[in-house]
Design a binder for this molecule. Sequence first.
Ligand SMILES: Cc1ncc(COP(=O)(O)O)c(C=O)c1O
Length: 352
Amino acid sequence: MNNLVRSNIAKLIPYKVNPTNVRWVLNANESPFNMFEQWQEDILNELKKENINLYPSANCDELRMLLAENNQCDAENIVCGNGSDEIIKMVTEVFVDQGDKVIIPIPTFSEYFTSATVAGGEIIRVPSNPDFSFDIDEIIRQTNIQDAKLIFLCVPNNPTGLASDEKDIQRIIDETAAIVAIDEAYFEFYGKSSLKIALENPRVIVMRTLSKAFGVAGIRLGYAIAHPDTIDLIQRVRMPYNISSLTQAVARVAVRKSQQVQQITQSLIEERKRIVTRLADLPVEIFESHTNFILYRTAKFSELMNAFEETGIAVRVYPNDPMLNNCIRISLGTIEANDAVIAVFKEAYQHD
Ligand SMILES: Cc1ncc(COP(=O)(O)O)c(C=O)c1O
């Protein structure tokens, strides 16, 4: 059968999620708060409006209106996806043909590589600077000499937590002719966005998700914001009815709760500051984060990994990425979970 498989699919490795039967799951940048208890009345009322014997709203009409209101744009500027993973896939499908070049600054989120490979694109990796800031000049240079079609920029970036300067993003847009897809999965923790540019420039696409700050990763809802002409292109590759009526209903409730979500986001940002302050004395490199996770680099990598395992804390590591050698990415959790993380670090360094 292998001879029937497309060659670019044959070389892919499926995305693997390790089962996590641990006390604190801090390896996927989810929200530590399950809002179902607080929102359940609204959710149940919203679900009652749905006729599940019928197909859902094909284009998420009401949800797109709510998202547009939140983002001060029009529903025509928005398309919804089954998680922003699907948005990444659709954007790639629209613009990347067999052999087309795709620029990906590294290290970054893995789905860009998968989507580009599935589409038959040729990936041009642009290593970031030693402090993990993007190498803007090189991104521009490579895009132009390779005549690349698409650039993925994750702002703030996963797994580093760093955010790129608005001026730098603008330079990439102005000094290249490629599509610039800006993944703002962690926007709510950062506060700055390229949304305004995306609304005006059809080459710029902003990608967002309800999986992080909004705390509903389980429903799978992402969206793109772009110029209506660009949204129209993405609509062409979107599967009909890609978002279930159950997801649409819960997403509408979550989006209406955005003020509460902002408060929760703020409390997580405070937690982030608290963790950084508590660990400041230790000889651990802590990368400046604008997200709901922190990337650490430590000489005591193995010792810490054992301690996290013993404590029942799932964290994320990158054994196959030399740039992320000795790095551990840990999501912000509840105060209790964060205290447990702090304790593990302190314990590992207490006799130094
Ligand atoms: C940068 C980035 N983009 C997209 C995603 C995927 O989000 P979603 O749950 O919306 O598919 C993630 C998830 O970790 C992410 O870190």
